[in-house]
Each structure stands twice: as structure tokens, then as C-alpha cells.
Write a protein that binds this ligand. Sequence first.
Ligand SMILES: *Cc1c(COP(=O)(O)O)cnc(C)c1O
Length: 355
Amino acid sequence: MTEKNWQSMLNKALTSPDDLQGFSLSEKEKAYFSMKKDHDNLTFMVNPYYASLAEDKWDDPVRRQFIPTVDEYTTKKYELSDPLGEDRYTPVPRLIHRYRDRVLLLVTDSCAMYCRHCFRRSFTGHKAGVISYGELENVAAYLSDHREVNEILLSGGDPLTCSDKKVREILTVIRSVRPDIVIRLATRIPVVLPMRISDSLVNILSENSPIWLVTQFNHSNEITEQAEAAVDKLIGKGIPLLNQSVLLKGINDSVSALENLFQALVRLRIKPYYLFQGDLAAGTSHFRVSIERGREIMSRLRLRISGLALPVYAVDMPGGGGKIPLTENFAMSEDEENYYFRNIEGKPYSYPREK
Ligand SMILES: *Cc1c(COP(=O)(O)O)cnc(C)c1O
């Protein structure tokens, strides 16, 4: 597909309830749209490809990711507009330096659809636009001064909503100062607009190796022939793929939904990397599952699927605490002689202390 084709798919995006003629809206969905004008909420926008993956049922796992409900107006007192406390880690506009050896760059605030569970919703779909050449030069200067940074995550918004020309510019500027840096491209494009993965784009990416692509499949209904073709194209040009899912109530919070998803991803040669506990973004509490339930799902999955298919269940702490793995606890106790564990079936075992 040429650039014009995928851009026209975005130009035909559904942006108002009138565009949702193919769906019979539930009371909660209707109530969202009738309240909309008074609020500065996350934009409603979905492209026709992703919308076509949803069935006309209010609880369809794809539909719930793009049609808002009135629940988005419910905010809990502990929810935040900057749920990860990223502001304090921003040394240069758009750049977040939270961990010693890696930085995250907000390339654009646009996406190919807006996920109703978005945790960066106070940035996404607002006015920031695409990173300018001047801003990019400031990022490049920071990277050349900070040699401890070994990896740059390109995020947003979705960096692959940028034109090929802009993607090339961003990669070239970064590579010109840091030929050694690992680039991690965080994008939902293979899931939500796979036709954007054109031969020319894949060539630009492979010319700027090493690039790892991290995507976000949340349900096996998102795995289509088009998505598979996009993934094959990327892997064929030497770009490894990882997946980060978000644990979402009513969408994928069951052992069977996640088992199907993770096994299908491995078959596509995508490594499930993280399963995220929902961040405390304002208006997303209806999607959050308790950590207790998340751990229970993970321990049942551990008995059923291979280590290759099992991601790390993790939570990003509010107030800038960073990511914490929520691995089930296998260690029970220790004494002078031994460490005591339970195995995945819950049986007790010990392992001697090295003297
Ligand atoms: C998640 C994240 C990273 C990457 O963390 P990994 O554990 O390496 O995946 C880097 N920077 C920020 C700000 C992040 O939120």
C-alpha cells in the first residue's frame, strides 16, 4: 500500500456517534456522547480497519477498546493526569529519562485510533503534534552528552502515524549522533492499521538497525491476515517483535483469553514481553482488574503455557516509582541451611545455601 492509501484510511476515520451507524449503541455509550461537549476528554477516533474487527455487541473485546462509555467520566480520588509522574523526569521537551540506561521520546501525540484505556491520555490526541526538527536536535544533543543511555524508546502517540519522510528523519538524526544506540519502536500500528507497514517503511527501519518493535495486541480477535502479513514483513527484514498487553476488565481478564492471545503471538514469532496492570489514569477505573486477580490469572497461565509465551506481569507505580514486576511469590522462607520455596503446583521444596 502506498502512503496515500493508508493516509486515506485515516482520513476516513470515524470521529462522531453519527459515524457509528453499523453499531447499535448501548445506554452507556450513548450517555458518553451526550455528555461530551462539557469535557476535555480523550478524542474519540477509530479508523475503518480497526472498527471492522468489532462485532456489534456491547461487550465485544475490540469494540470496548475504541467506543467510549460514560464510565470515562468517573474519576477516582487516587487517579492522576500524569499517572507515572513523568513530568519530573523530563530533561528536554518530549524526552523522559526515568531509568539510567534508557530514555523514552514522545514523537507525536497522534494515533491510528484512540484506545479508551490510554494512560497517556492527557498528552495523546491533544495539541503537541509531531516532533519538529529543532526539538529533535535538542534530543540528539542530549543523547550525545549522555553516553550511559543505551536505548531509546520511540513512543507517543504512535510514531508510525508519521510519514515515511518523518520516520526517516527521526531515525537518521538519532543514528547520526549515536550509531550504537538500540531503538525500541513502541507502536500499535501492526494491530490497528497493519496496511501502514509498507515495503518502503520496512526498508527505512531495517536501514537503521538495531530496531526492536514493541506492539500491543490485547486480544486474539485482533490477529487478522493483514496483521500477520505486516508482522511477516517486519520479521522478514530482521526486525524482532515483542508485545505488551494491558490487562483489561471485560476484554482479556480471563485465563482462556490470555492463553489464546499469548500462544497465537508466539506462533506469529512475537514474544509476549509485558502484561501491564492498568495505570491510574483518570477515567479508566472501569478497565482495571485487581492485582490479586491478575496474579491468580498469571499463576494459572504458568501451569498451562510455555515460558516463551508468558509475559512479565508488571505495574508502573504512581508518583514516578517506575515499573515493578508482580511475579507470584515462590519464596516462602529461609534459615541457616536452606531456602524454602513452593513450586508452581504449590508443593514445598528447599535449596541449600552456598557456604
Ligand atoms: C517502561 C519504560 C521504559 C522501558 O522499561 P523496560 O522495563 O526496559 O521495558 C523506559 N522508560 C520509561 C519512561 C518507561 O516508562
